[in-house]
Ligand binder design. Structure first.
Ligand code: RUQ
Ligand code: CUA
Length: 764
């Protein structure tokens, strides 16, 4: 059926639906014209075509990039490189209410270090949870280098759920990486320090300063790390760096490299050459090879030592149990990346031009035969480098990290000093291709590159410098992620994306169809604890309760009002406002902010969030919804009245701003009946189709039904007041009835448009 009535048009206008004409100017310029006008080459246009994602279409992969010092995670699509979200992790983030509502403050509080709030993180390496070595899209982990911490993000809602603080480290780097079934998340020290919190002079560096790797136990069913079941292996103060877990044949082992096995302690002010000189003297450092499965058994057997309440396997125990070994790696190494089949490990030397390919088979052969070349100063067996290597390949100056292609044996290594990516074959030991990047690449990422089944197709180069690539924005430059097409024999640079949010160290990308985030919470949900909130409120049950000088407000939000709209407290009260968003509709988030209080909530559909603060000053504090949620969003407002102590009310009743009579009521009533006719026609259209085959429409219909139920309530109130000739209340409730109708109509029209655009069929 066609809806063409006059009232429909006025309704559309009322709900803000524009009758826009499709872009008629599309064909006015030819592709050639545009290329000439903008100075684009054929290659530019081809690159654009490879990355362009038309309006309404989605990306093939989703990348999770570290947000560096921002303490957040950046989510973007590949190949479009469109940024989708910043996930707040270690840093307060107002839009998401993170660090502003009580629930997320509790998450940030888990990350306190020595009792101090730490409100940023130096995020480095994100890791996606794996099942049988393949990305499963359920969880994301990321580490903080500055304050050794790991955060757990649930990809069901892209929210940070937990932060754990490393109990023995004071600096870290080699995290977060997961075992093939995400039983453990690894974290390795960077700068050595004493395990205790005490002062220990630097002169005791060799004896008292230590590195370690921590294996954080992850409980997938709970979606949380279990600190009591986690443990560490003590390591020498070698400045451990990156880590990776074995997989397939090497499952059960982990690998962590190091860059200062010289154990050099700088001190320019003491007349000593700086760290950089002392840490790069030797030709080799050490790769630590750890049998973590055996280590877990050793802990279970009670052979660990409790340090700061945490199980630590000492170096002596690790050596005695035969679970810790070293193999040299040239020179000031950086990346360590295990091959998808788990048979090889690739390490690059920052100050070398080679990438070294270790054979896991050879390493095991030497370990099983106890064929050790030497021991280090702590008694740890050292394997012979030559006997461990599969091959070494000259890949360029300053190689760092390696990522695996979908084609077996093919890898990509970032070359920092030469600013290149080298594509090479580690089985045959030969270079296949090189591409220049701009400038000074750090990490690089292939699609699903850390899994047992890399997807190939694209590579992103995470560059340390942007220099002149973008319009200048002052001395602090954005970072530059460069997208490279790796689907052919030759790598091709497609796109430069500026990232203005800290220095992203590493990123991981997952096939978009593996992510299945929800669109709403179960009603009254505490999203940070994944349970129904103790403070949830159902519609009509809103209330204010006072316990001593604590005032609990149990309220709700729904288009377009906050209940309560007036909150009255006394100066000095502690106010705890708990709001439940009653919406079930997709993307109907409400915000809640109060003047002068730092209260700022994000209430996604179904969520309950709380804000607790002291009303320490008497006064008038307007509050409102911060998300433009509907046509009447601006009216989504209220007043917090903080009354002076002992305040006596002056007037029982305020004068009405506008007084309404019978004529006003009749006019509104008539409009409402006409509106209802339009709604009925939209409903008739929807129910005449197979709308139940379209999940988004089913959700919209539910939402519209909600609104119509509210409308029926308001209608009854209006008509009751009219019956008793209270025209003021009758008119106002009739207005509210219409507000609900408008919302229902808005939703109904959205559903109708969806059905028309998605080829719904007539069924009756
Ligand atoms: S790092 S640029 Cu902090 Cu992962 Cu290598
Ligand atoms: Cu809710 Cu604006």
């Amino acid at each position: 059926m066609k809806v063409t009535t006059k009232s429909f048009v006025s309704l559309c206008t009322a709900v803000g639906i524009g009758m826009s004409a499709a872009g008629a100017a599309w064909a006015a310029e030819s592709l050639d014209d545009v290329m000439k006008r903008r100075g684009l080459t054929q290659k530019d246009v081809l690159s654009a075509a490879k990355t362009y994602v038309p309006t309404g279409k989605r990306d093939e992969f989703i990348a999770f990039s570290s947000g560096g010092q921002s303490g957040q995670i950046i989510v973007y699509g590949v190949p479009s490189m469109r940024i989708l979200k910043y996930v707040a992790v270690f840093t307060p983030e107002p839009w998401q209410g993170y660090g502003f509502d009580d629930e997320s403050k509790a998450v940030l509080a888990q990350g306190r270090v020595n009792g101090k709030d730490i409100l940023f993180g130096d995020t480095h390496h994100p890791a996606i949870s794996e099942t049988n070595g393949e990305y499963d899209g359920q969880f994301l982990f990321i580490n903080d280098k500055n304050n050794p911490r790991i955060a757990v993000i649930d990809l069901h809602d892209f929210e940070t759920k937990q932060i754990v603080v490393n109990p023995i480290m004071k600096s870290e780097h080699g995290g977060a990486f997961v075992t093939p079934n995400t039983d453990y998340v690894i974290e390795a020290t960077q700068y050595a320090a004493p395990f205790s919190k005490d002062f220990v002079p630097l002169e005791e560096f060799n004896d008292k300063y230590r590195g370690a790797v921590t294996y954080w136990k992850f409980d997938r069913a709970k979606g949380r790390i279990v600190p009591e079941q986690s443990f560490s292996v003590e390591l020498p103060p070698y400045s451990q760096d990156l880590s990776d877990f074995g997989k397939g044949p090497s499952d059960g082992w982990s690998f962590t490299n190091s860059f200062c096995s010289e154990r050099y302690v700088g001190g320019i002010e003491r007349g000593r050459p700086p760290f950089e000189a002392g840490c790069s003297q030797k030709d080799t450092d050490f790769l630590h090879i750890i049998n973590w499965k055996k280590a877990a058994e050793v802990v279970a057997a009670g052979k660990a030592t409790k340090i700061n309440g945490h199980d630590v396997i000492t170096i002596d125990t690790a050596v005695a149990e035969g679970l810790l070994f070293l193999v040299p790696e040239p020179k000031s190494p950086h990346g360590i990346d295990v091959s998808p089949d788990g048979k090889f490990l690739i390490v690059s030397g920052k100050l070398d031009s080679h990438a070294s390919v270790y054979s896991f088979d050879k390493l095991m052969g030497l370990i099983n035969a106890k064929d050790f070349a030497d021991k280090d100063a702590y008694g740890i067996p050292i394997l012979d480098l030559k006997k461990s290597l599969h091959t070494q390949v000259q890949v360029g100056l300053g190689p760092l990290h390696t990522q695996y292609d979908s084609t077996p044996c093919v890898v990509y290594t970032s070359i920092y000093v030469d600013s290149q990516v080298t594509k090479w074959d580690y089985c045959e030991g030969k270079v296949l291709d090189k591409i220049s990047i701009h400038y000074n690449i750090g990490h690089l990422m292939t699609m699903e590159g850390d899994s047992t089944k890399p997807a190939g197709k694209y590579l992103v180069s995470l560059n340390k410098l942007a220099i002149d690539r973008f319009n200048p924005v002052g001395p602090l430059h954005p970072q530059n992620h460069q997208l490279i097409d790796i689907s052919g024999d030759k790598m091709e640079l497609l796109y430069d994306m500026p990232l203005p949010l800290g220095e992203p160290h590493y990123a991981v990308a997952i096939s978009a169809d593996k992510l299945k985030p929800g669109i709403r919470y179960k009603s009254g949900w505490n999203s940070r604890e994944d349970k129904r909130s103790d403070y949830r409120t159902r519609p009509g049950r809103e209330k204010v309760e006072r316990e001593g000088n604590v005032v609990h407000v149990y309220g709700t939000t729904i288009r377009s009002h906050i209940t309560p709209e007036i909150i009255e407290v006394e100066e000095g009260d502690t106010v705890s406002i708990h709001l439940t968003n009653l919406e079930r509709a997709e993307d109907e988030t409400h915000g809640f902010a109060i003047y002068g209080t730092n209260v700022n909530l994000s209430l996604e559909p179904g969520k309950t969030a709380s804000a607790t603060f002291t009303a320490d000053k008497a006064g008038v504090f307007p509050y409102y919804c911060t998300e433009f949620c509907s046509a009447l969003h601006l009216e989504m407002q209220g007043y917090l009245l903080v009354k002076p102590k002992g305040y006596k009310a002056v007037a029982a009743k305020g004068a009405e701003g506008t007084v309404y009579g019978k004529a006003d009521y009749d006019k509104q009533h008539k409009t409402n009946l006409e509106t209802q006719a339009v709604i009925d026609s939209v409903v008739a259209y929807i129910t005449s189709t197979n709308y139940q085959d379209f999940a988004p429409v089913v959700a919209l219909v539910e939402d519209a039904t909600d609104q119509l139920n509210f409308a029926a309530d308001a209608k009854k109130k209006a008509e009751d007041f009219a019956a008793s000739q209270d025209w003021q209340n009758a008119t106002l409730w009739a207005g509210q009835w219409w507000q609900y109708q408008v919302k229902a109509a808005d939703i109904g029209l959205r559903a109708k448009t969806y059905l028309e655009q998605h080829g719904a069929k007539k069924v009756k």
